[in-house]
Design a protein around this ligand. Sequence first.
Ligand SMILES: *[C@@H]1O[C@H](CO)[C@@H](O)[C@H](O)[C@H]1NC(C)=O
Ligand SMILES: *[C@@H]1O[C@H](CO)[C@@H](O)[C@H](O)[C@H]1NC(C)=O
Ligand SMILES: *[C@@H]1O[C@H](CO)[C@@H](O)[C@H](O)[C@H]1NC(C)=O
Ligand SMILES: *[C@@H]1O[C@H](CO)[C@@H](O)[C@H](O)[C@H]1NC(C)=O
Ligand SMILES: *[C@@H]1O[C@H](CO)[C@@H](O)[C@H](O)[C@H]1NC(C)=O
Ligand SMILES: *[C@@H]1O[C@H](CO)[C@@H](O)[C@H](O)[C@H]1NC(C)=O
Length: 550
Amino acid sequence: MAWRPDGGVWMMMTITIISFVQAEDSYRFFDFRVTYGNVSVNIDVPPTRVILINEKFPGPELDLVTNDNLIINVHNDLDEPFLLSWNGLHLKRNSYQDGVYGTTCPIPPGKNYTYAFNLGDQTGSFFYFPSLGVQKAAGGFGAIRILSRPGIPVPFPQPAGDFTLLVGDWYSGQDYKNITARLDGGRMIPRPYSVLINGNGNTGSRSTSLTVDKGKTYRFRISNVGVELSINVEILGHMLKLVEVEGTYTIQSMYTSLDIHVGQSLSVLVTMDQPPQNYSIVVATRFTHTISEKALILQYSNTKSKKSKFVPIREPDNEIDFSIKQARSIKTNLTAFRQNAEGSYHYGRIKISRTLILESSGGVVNKKQRYAINGVSFVPADTPLKLADYFKIKGVFKEGSIPDKPGRARIRLETAVMGVHHKDFLEIVFQNRELFVQTYHLDGYNFWVVGIGNRWSTWSHASRREYNLRNAISRSTTQVYPKSWTAVYVALDNVGMWNFRSEFWARQYLGQQFYFRVYSPANSTDEYPLPKNALLCGRASNRHRRDFIP
Ligand SMILES: *[C@@H]1O[C@H](CO)[C@@H](O)[C@H](O)[C@H]1NC(C)=O
Ligand SMILES: *[C@@H]1O[C@H](CO)[C@@H](O)[C@H](O)[C@H]1NC(C)=O
Ligand SMILES: *[C@@H]1O[C@H](CO)[C@@H](O)[C@H](O)[C@H]1NC(C)=O
Ligand SMILES: *[C@@H]1O[C@H](CO)[C@@H](O)[C@H](O)[C@H]1NC(C)=O
Ligand SMILES: *[C@@H]1O[C@H](CO)[C@@H](O)[C@H](O)[C@H]1NC(C)=O
Ligand SMILES: *[C@@H]1O[C@H](CO)[C@@H](O)[C@H](O)[C@H]1NC(C)=O
């Protein structure tokens, strides 16, 4: 089953014992205080309760450098448990710090927990977010940007500025606890109401413009931190040069607008080559009938002109086909410097050790609406799965509780864990039989998006002939188009308990997720030990840690 590095094809570095702290790397300390606030994001709805980090919505940006050691002390001043997770960051051999309920005990109200991890060899654009319940629908998220170390070449000139746009749909005017109660009661998922850019809806009260100089080139990092819908971003009159997707440098192609599906991040370079005036950055929901959009003003410095001549470019009839074509054009730049070190440029030649075909479904179980993957709707256990593994507590979860292929059986509730071997090479096919765009994310990994089907197509073995086995994009979050499929390859080189989920947040809350248990026969070199300060809860509450490896 397990693949082996054969004949130099697999260029992964040999795993050596790396202690948590690498002496030459810098320490970065952050103190995050999590509180509630009332924010009016839209003029036409009363202020809504949001989750603030250090009084900010969105939370403060983490500006980091490759190999930083992060020490983030999170103080939970909410009236309920809280956890932060790191969307797209690769915590190497360290799922304890992933901050999802399957790996980490929630921080109780009034308490704090200090995350500590090394960033390793990654650069790019990511974000953090609250992982419990539907807290993400109330904010609590913020951008993460990781720069290369000085002197390490980057495949484009230093931009004149680096802007972050956290965009997403928003259930405006509804308290997140009401939404939780509604979902717990088995009722329908509410529709998002509006679009936010950096926490702003259609309110005029907060700063909504960016100032740029004519002739200069700027980097814009854009993440879709929303709860359900795909977002299209366009800067009127300007072309977007895509350079990075979730930590991978791309072939630098030009786009008039880009689709960013929920949970995804990317960077574009934009040259200010137009007559000096104000331009709108238009952020609009995609593939929905009720288009919601929001514009941010891009203001050229020393603007005198009063005119504004650019109108959005719309592709109204075939948004899906346009989007599929665009998605297929996004590829890894194989000659760019410093692609993530564990990335193999020869993934297309590795033998697949196992194929999973994953299909979503919805249905009513015990009179409540639930969502499932391969017929299994995830229910959290009373104890984090990773702690159950560490303390060898039986009966918390059962490996193999989710099948490799969809079946015909009715939806069942289960603490679903897929057991996989360290160093397996997986092919995962997402088959979407529903009528809307789905998005899936895997923690702890990037995967190669080798194939995206046409509309109205079902994956079959013959679909493999269409795969891009040379320069597919490597990312952590992929969309799956309606009545279509997406295929990815994953090299399981990161031991741990890793969350796999739908990024449609209410659906993941109602069961559309599971955990990959990437297992290596108990070998201390493959994984960090349980952190000294780890919170213990559930059936692990009264346990004592085994010896630490210093
Ligand atoms: C938000 O507003 C409500 C109603 O005015 C108030 O009761 C609550 O204390 C406010 N919360 C915060 C955190 O300011
Ligand atoms: C909580 O914060 C204090 C400092 O405010 C720190 O000394 C302590 O280690 C933190 N606790 C945990 C579990 O991280
Ligand atoms: C790929 O990266 C190289 C090295 O940085 C750069 O010179 C080249 O322009 C990039 N190629 C494309 C097609 O984007
Ligand atoms: C929340 O639910 C309560 C009880 O159903 C209702 O009275 C209140 O108006 C709701 N508030 C918001 C902001 O959704
Ligand atoms: C350009 O945008 C700025 C900031 O929003 C605004 O103050 C200014 O009036 C705008 N100028 C024009 C010509 O629209
Ligand atoms: C654990 O790693 C050591 C050192 O690499 C190796 O000698 C040993 O065989 C490994 N044990 C298992 C169970 O894989």
